[in-house]
Design a protein around this ligand. Structure first.
Ligand SMILES: NC(=O)c1ccc[n+]([C@@H]2O[C@H](COP(=O)([O-])OP(=O)(O)OC[C@H]3O[C@@H](n4cnc5c(N)ncnc54)[C@H](O)[C@@H]3O)[C@@H](O)[C@H]2O)c1
Length: 340
């Protein structure tokens, strides 16, 4: 099997999850780290014993690099993806893959004509609880989904925004709570529910109004294609990062993620089906435990494109559509139809 050389653009908070994952995949070498901050970047490159670039376009000229990981602020994703695909690289990009749906369309066109694959990091799909929900729903004994409820309450301090000034600005983050934190929850809801057809939502700025231009709280009612309802609430104004609360009410029972454990509640019984306890301690618990799996699946797809199983641009676009629809709905105070 061909050895794959990788580069990571952006040596900030999330990049360590990518480094850890790459170290655990046989036949993969971290060849380069790119960061505009040369002091930080040089130190990291020395630690990882790889090359350092300050300009990602120079890194893209290295023909030995096969895979580019994008771990940079949201507003830079589109240009970096387009440039890396044009250079013939495979690209694995952190969420959100872009700032809005028009950027998604541009990227989709490029990805459709590229030699390399484009994967997007929605690692929570690989959480044991998520995988168990999908297999339990597919098995069928719970019957039709009637409603999906999700509550995400996390804590983001003023420091979180000041230490990386792209955060909290509409021009560079593209929003705030929804596009950055709660996009994972919206992705899971629409995935479990089989697609959203319309929604009505409201965003607000309260406790974090001094530090972010975007919303710090949001809620929405969703309608799924199969007639089920969705109830969504999220806020960055809590004082701790509580684990996601998610409940899927079906005709013959309920699935519930509570305190990182998935429970099946039916016929008066409550049975634990799966747990998201971090096996290696490498991911903050609230980011989920799936980076390793998501990255491993992407590399598997590079070697076996005929048997690929990773989050592609079309799938990644669905949750961004929901984010955008909640922003729009909040603005005009009306239901928004979602085209899938
Ligand atoms: N999947 C998850 O659960 C998860 C969790 C956290 C962050 N993220 C995503 O990861 C991405 C990065 O977030 P973060 O919190 O690590 O940000 P960060 O601010 O901590 O780090 C960003 C890094 O990118 C560097 N950078 C900026 N522009 C650059 C450029 N043009 N070339 C090279 N380097 C550049 C910065 O110097 C910084 O080191 C975002 O898309 C974010 O939403 C995903």
């Amino acid at each position: 099997m061909k050895i794959l050389n990788s580069a990571i653009i952006g040596g900030g908070a999330i990049h360590g999850c990518h480094v850890n994952a790459l170290h655990l995949i046989p036949g993969v070498t971290l060849r380069a780290l790119v960061d505009t901050d040369s002091v930080k970047g040089l130190k990291l490159a020395k630690d990882y014993q790889c090359r350092f670039y300050q300009d990602y376009r120079e890194m893209l000229l290295d023909e030995h690099i096969d895979v580019v990981h994008i771990c940079t602020p949201h507003f830079e994703h589109k240009e970096m993806i387009l440039a890396a695909l044009a250079a013939g690289k495979h690209v694995f990009c952190e969420k959100p893959v872009a700032m809005n749906s028009s950027e998604i369309r541009e990227i989709t066109q490029a990805a459709d004509h590229a030699l390399g694959l484009l994967g997007v990091c929605y690692q929570n799909r690989l959480n044991p609880t998520s995988q168990s929900i999908m297999s339990t729903l597919a098995e069928g004994s719970l019957g039709r989904i009637l409603s999906i409820k999700a509550v995400l309450t996390w804590s983001r301090s003023g420091r979180y925004y000041t230490e990386s000034p792209w955060r909290g600005r509409l021009a560079t983050e593209g929003g705030s709570l929804l596009i950055n934190q709660a996009i994972h929850t919206l992705d899971l809801m629409q995935w479990f529910g089989g697609g959203v057809t319309r929604l009505k939502g409201v965003i607000d700025r309260s406790e974090l109004a001094d530090v972010t231009e975007g919303e710090d709280s949001a809620m929405a009612t969703l309608h799924f294609a199969n007639g089920a309802r969705g109830l969504f609430y999220a806020s960055n104004c809590h004082t701790t990062d509580s684990p996601l609360l998610l409940e899927i009410h079906c005709e013959h029972g309920t699935l519930q993620i509570n305190d990182n454990t998935l429970w099946r509640i039916s016929h008066g019984e409550r049975i634990a089906l799966a747990s998201d306890a971090s096996p290696d301690g490498s991911s903050k618990h609230y980011w989920g435990v799936g980076h390793q799996q998501a990255i491993r699946r992407f590399y598997h797809a590079i070697h076996h494109p005929e048997n690929a199983d990773y989050t592609d641009i079309r799938t990644a676009g669905k949750s961004l559509n929901l984010v955008e629809a909640i922003y729009r709905s909040s603005q005009i105070r009306q239901w928004i139809d979602i085209s899938n």
